[in-house]
Design a protein around this ligand. Structure first.
Ligand code: ADP
Ligand code: MG
Length: 697
């Protein structure tokens, strides 16, 4: 194997490649364009494109594509080859600056939430030079933003980039007020820990529900699940280890700094975490990681499941979004530092996050809402649907002391006086861990743990950046008026605590008492996706996104429409899949097994009336009753589906899909799982949970 440092980034047209291959002026112009988020001039673009082309051809690329992130949540690419016929039966390989900078894919088949009706079908993609081009499948991939011709964002990346600018603007404004006038920009950073399941391909192919919906729609609990807690951090099986090794190598080639790998809590569940990066790059890299997990698994005869809840009864999969803010000189603004001055700055940014999370619980909740994630959030699993923050006792204690203007007695028992203009020094990294919190401070960053495993991290970070930008802008306005900056900071921190401390909860977020307590505190508890989505395009949120230039009203409304629609479609697919499997496979299996039992009983009786056929009779009786119930629940589901098809309003349909269609699926599932436990293995037509969860040995 090539040495890792040589392998790393070998398929990326990155900083060092650019420096090596571009003429000095072009390199400088490109760097300046990236730093200022400005477009390239046609001349520079041509030079960059030419260098990129020769580099890509040398690496075996035959095609190029604008790689973008439509509202489907996954990535899209349409390959064009470099060939250009010369007229004499030959071709040359061409790639122009124009082709690098802008593409014009047909936008009409991507979700647009109504934008398509009012605007041209054509969309265009524009290079995001802050994310490097790379080679995948012999194709030069150019990371791009995707917009309609009139400039509306049709993707997840455009608002993310806008939100990064918004938070940078406000953070720089605050830092300048604190005297750090040398800071030119601030970047939000993200490290996305990715959970996934691996199962054997042969077994997978026998579960149509997994194939069509990514999750099992039924399945009785296996005798062994995660009770023994023997999988978490356990020794990695050779087949999985081989997968992980190849995955890391593939990721490294693409410059994704995959760092950690381990077994997770549920059987067959694992995790990968990279070293963090700027938010837009981390988003691209997480998309690549998810794509590669699927590809590499296939090479090892396995399937990688990224669904939030592939199996009921064992843990689902999430994505931990580690987030922070960092200046252009690399200073982490959520690092407490070790001097009172650094602390003042830290406490101010910390206060901004506290205010942001409390004021905009709704948006954070919306950003993690999906049919898949509904199985995790608030469903007796980590984390709950209620947004709250964990700060740890030490930090909470300090903030409370500032709020009360009193001294704080730190755990290290060094008395710290807090006056109006003196902020405390306190021990770093004294945060204990609370694994149950949806939004936890972990030493020098926040870990937002509510994201689902299949999510693009773009939406949550767009929200995080925007809401923190808003809090910072309000603080900046106060600081601009202040005569004594330290007193003003202390005042802001104290006021933030007074107004927003309800959002801080250091206890067990899974406990039933928390739900009651959270309600008393007036925190939102949006239990399902439809409930959450209704909170998205409110007037308050429209103003917020508009103020920071992240989403226009039209974009916001279209996104809400897309999310409603997406949710209802997923439920509809799951429902029709369950109907079909129940009808075509499960019900027939029950009837067949009953027939076999009845035939056995009859045969025995024919042989001799004295033979006991009690077992067969009791089983047939039980099965017949269950078959009736199965049929009844199946018909209720069919009716619910038919009724849902009469609805056209997005919100109404989503509500109905949740309250009626999904509920009917759950009711049917209960009967199926009961039946599965009785029907003989040889008659049960699909692999069981045991077969699936322990398929990779
Ligand atoms: P933990 O013990 O909380 O899992 P790690 O140090 O392993 O902490 O980090 C988890 C993730 O957080 C990694 O992806 C890491 O790169 C990321 N991370 C660390 N520092 C930052 C930061 N300043 N901004 C964003 N992500 C970060
Ligand atoms: Mg973590």
């Amino acid at each position: 194997m090539t040495k890792v440092p040589e392998l790393f980034g070998s398929l990326v047209f990155d900083e060092s490649t650019m420096r090596e291959l571009l003429p000095k002026d072009a390199y400088r112009a490109l760097k300046a364009a990236i730093a200022q988020s400005k477009p390239l001039t046609p001349d520079v673009a041509n030079v960059v494109a030419a260098a990129m082309k020769s580099w890509a051809l040398e690496k075996g690329a035959t095609h190029f594509t604008h790689w973008f992130q439509p509202m489907t949540g996954i990535t899209a690419e349409k390959h064009d080859s470099f060939i250009s016929p010369t007229g004499d039966g030959r071709v040359i390989m061409e790639f122009s600056g124009k082709e690098l900078i802008k593409g014009e894919p047909d936008a009409s088949s991507f979700p647009s939430g109504g934008l398509r009706a009012t605007f041209e079908a054509r969309g265009y993609t524009a290079w995001d030079p802050s994310s490097f081009a790379f080679i995948k499948d012999n194709t030069l991939c150019i990371p791009t933003a995707f917009c309609s011709y009139s400039g509306e964002a049709l993707d997840k990346k455009t608002p993310l980039l806008r939100s990064m600018e918004a938070v940078s603007r406000q953070a720089v404004r605050v830092l300048h007020l604190l005297g750090k006038t040398q800071v030119k920009n601030v970047k939000s950073t993200v490290g996305a820990e990715q959970e996934y399941f691996l199962i054997d391909k042969e077994v997978y192919l026998k579960r149509k529900d997994l194939i069509y919906t990514g999750r099992t729609l039924f399945g009785a609990e296996p005798p062994k699940g995660q009770q023994l807690e023997d999988h978490y951090f356990g020794a990695i099986k050779p087949r999985v280890a081989a997968f992980m090794q190849e995955l890391d190598e593939e990721l490294w080639k693409l410059g994704v700094p995959s760092k950690t790998r381990h077994n997770e809590v549920a059987p067959a569940q694992h995790e990968m975490a990279p070293v963090f990066n700027t938010t837009n790059v981390a988003t691209d890299q997480n998309q690549l990681a998810m794509e590669l997990m699927k590809k590499v698994a296939a090479r090892h005869g396995m399937v990688c499941l990224l669904h939030e809840k592939p199996f009921a009864g064992v843990n689902g999969s999430g994505k931990h979004n580690n987030w922070s803010l960092s200046t252009d000189s690399g200073e982490n603004l959520l690092d407490p530092g070790s001097t009172p001055y650094e602390n003042a700055q830290f406490l101010l940014f910390l206060a901004a996050v506290i205010k942001a999370v409390d004021d905009h619980q709704d948006l954070l909740r919306v950003s993690v809402a999906s049919a898949g994630n509904d199985h995790r959030l608030g469903a007796n699993e980590a984390p709950p649907a209620i947004v709250s923050m964990f700060l740890g006792d030490e930090l909470t204690g300090i903030l409370e002391a500032i709020e009360q203007g009193s001294g704080y007695n730190s755990k290290a028992s060094s008395e710290i006086a807090i006056g109006a203009d003196v902020l405390p020094t306190f021990p770093r990294d004294n945060t204990d861990r609370n694994r149950t919190s949806p939004f936890a401070f972990t030493g020098n960053k926040f870990e937002f743990r509510m994201l689902g495993s299949s999510f693009s991290v773009a939406d949550s970070n767009t929200v995080l950046n925007t809401i923190v930008a808003e809090a910072l802008s309000l603080f900046a306005a106060d600081l601009e008026k202040a005569s004594d900056i330290n007193a003003a900071i202390a005042d802001i921190v104290a006021r933030t605590m007074k107004e927003h401390k309800r959002i801080i909860f250091n206890g067990n977020n899974y406990a039933a008492e928390w739900v009651v307590e959270a309600e008393k505190r007036g925190l939102l508890n949006l239990r399902s996706t439809p409930e959450a989505l209704k909170r998205f395009a409110t007037e308050q949120n429209a103003k917020l996104f508009e103020k920071h230039g992240v989403l226009s009203r039209t974009e916001l409304h279209s996104r809400q429409e897309i999310f409603f629609e997406g949710y209802s479609k997923i439920i509809a697919i799951e429902a029709s899949c369950l109907v079909s499997i129940t009808r075509k496979r499960l019900l027939p299996a029950v009837l067949e097994y009953s027939k076999e039992l009845a035939a056995t009983a009859l045969a025995k009786k024919q042989l001799s009336q004295a033979i006991d056929t009690g077992v067969e009779e009791r089983q047939v009786t039980k099965l017949s009753a269950l078959a009736t119930k199965l049929d009844e629940k199946l018909n209720q589901l069919i009716t619910a589906i038919a009724d849902s098809e009469k609805l056209s309003d997005g919100a109404e349909l989503a509500d109905f899909s949740h309250d009626k269609v999904f509920a009917s699926m759950e009711a049917l599932r209960i009967v199926i799982d009961e039946v599965e436990l009785i029907v003989a293995k040889k008659y049960w037509p699909v692999p069981t949970y045991g077969d699936l969860l322990f398929s990779v040995q």
